[in-house]
Design a protein around this ligand. Structure first.
Ligand code: PLP
Length: 455
């Protein structure tokens, strides 16, 4: 095993970390956190410190760590057939089986699964399929994609553009011109504090209508949104939001992409977030929970309406020119099959709903009444605590105060991992679905201690 000082040196010298302050890291000012092992909801670092991971990695290790069923399925697949491609009709038993298992669980009206590696490339695929679709239908000008401010859809060129967070645009010359943004369904930050939730939904609908009017419906191809916003602050939509938005999109013949990278496969206590909010998507993005991150795998689930046109397109133009070497990688597919079986066998979707509700209530009891807590919000096994400088007046802290990061830092000292969300003073939680009632209570209790230490 490498010595700590060697690891630290090699890390600084060789490893380009994503989403990291590069200068601070290279100069050794940021902590090196090297994780060595994990089991259940706990991870352990190289010095033997144990943490309760109440964010499941990056809300992806949904079944918890150390699941031997998945590890063994991966090993068996690697021994039998580590790789074969999926081009020109090739497949493996694992990839075909997983496609069928996904469709069996997907909302009604879904037709096929295209496999990728991560959420970003799956959303890149979605945009290409949408453009192909409109070209085949003979309306090449209908190409723009509407996304929401604070939405998160990845960090590629197109997907980083769809992401509505400034950090992901800054100095990268994004967003690209084909992407337009509309307001986030973020009730706490509504434009007028007197607005009811219903009036806020009307306002969001009016904003969307005005945007479509301004740009021209014949230039807009699709709308993309997470059923419940994740990285932008863990924001459940206001009551009635999705049916109201869907109505506008239907009226203007605009496709709807449900980005279920976080919500897919159970996080909200239902198999998909679309089921939870009554969304009828044309495309669904899946990743993270598909394999619980035991291997990289993502997918675009294509609805019937688009599929018919894609088929027609290949009749007219030959094979579709879109593929990755690792599309439908058998090792990822084997992990996905074992993961979905485990979710069924252990009733983990039901557990995410039941324990998640308790967890949300425990957080509310623990910190909901604190003078600087504006809101405890969540759904199923995802939750956020948002802080304000003056809750009665509705004023926010200065971003430089980094309140969310300070509270997350204190919480870590108590052995619990939450996430300071990248924008705003928000502490986020998205534990594994296997969280127990006592672990839920422990996270809530330690959150109260961390909040009290900072505010
Ligand atoms: N879409 C959503 C909703 C996400 O939360 C993420 C990642 O957090 C992505 C897409 C991008 O996925 P990846 O990081 O696997 O590319």
């Amino acid at each position: 095993m490498l010595r700590n000082d060697t690891l630290d040196q090699w890390d600084r010298e060789a490893f380009f970390h994503p989403s990291t302050h590069l200068a601070q890291h290279a100069q050794g000012e940021a902590p090196n956190r090297v994780i060595r092992t994990a089991s259940g909801c706990h991870i352990e670092d190289r010095d033997g410190n144990r943490f309760l991971d109440a964010f499941a990695g990056l809300y992806c290790v949904n079944v918890g760590y150390g699941r031997m069923e998945i590890a063994e399925a991966i090993a068996e697949q690697a021994k039998e057939l580590a790789y074969y491609h999926a081009y020109v009709g090739h497949g493996t038993e694992a990839s075909i089986t997983l496609a069928k298992m996904i469709l069996d669980r997907a909302p009604d009206g879904m037709s096929k699964v295209y496999f990728g590696l991560g959420g970003s490339d799956a959303n890149e695929t979605n945009v290409k399929l949408i453009w192909y679709y409109n070209n085949i239908l003979g309306r090449p000008e209908k190409k723009k994609i509407i996304s929401r401010w604070r939405g998160y859809h990845g960090s590629g060129l197109m997907t980083g553009s769809l992401t509505g967070l400034e950090l992901f645009h800054k100095k990268f010359d994004l967003p690209l011109a084909q992407v337009i943004h509309t307001e986030a369904p973020y009730y706490l930050r509504r434009p007028d504090r007197e607005m009811s939730e219903a009036a806020f939904v009307d306002h969001l609908v009016a904003e969307l209508e005005a945007l479509i009017e301004r740009e021209g419906a014949d230039t807009i191809a699709a709308f993309i949104g997470e059923p419940l916003m994740g990285t932008g602050g863990i924001v459940p939509p206001p009551e009635g939001y999705w049916p109201a938005i869907q109505k506008v999109l239907d009226r203007h013949d605009i496709l709807l992409v449900a980005d279920e990278v976080v919500t897919g496969f159970g996080r909200l206590g239902t198999m998909f977030g679309s089921d939870h909010y009554g969304i009828r998507p044309d495309l669904i993005t899946i990743a993270k929970g598909l394999t619980s991150a035991y291997a990289p795998l993502s997918g675009s689930i294509v609805g019937d309406k688009m599929w018919k046109v894609l088929e027609q397109g290949t009749d007219e133009n030959g094979p579709i020119g879109h593929g990755w070497t690792y599309s439908a990688h058998p090792i990822g597919a084997a992990a996905g099959i074992a993961n979905l079986r485990l979710i069924d066998d252990l009733n983990l979707v039901e557990n995410a709903g039941r324990v998640g509700r308790m967890f949300n209530e425990a957080l509310q009891d623990a910190v909901g009444g604190h003078a600087h807590v504006a809101e405890v919000r969540g759904e199923g096994m995802i939750a956020a605590v948002e802080f304000q400088k003056d809750v009665a007046a509705g004023t926010f802290f200065d971003p430089g105060d980094k309140i969310g990061a300070q509270v997350a830092g204190k919480l870590l000292e108590h052995g619990v991992i939450g996430r300071a969300m990248p924008q705003g003073d928000i502490l986020g939680f998205a534990p594994p679905f296997s969280l127990t009632e006592s672990e839920a209570a422990e996270v809530a209790d330690k959150t109260a201690k961390a909040v009290a230490a900072v505010l």
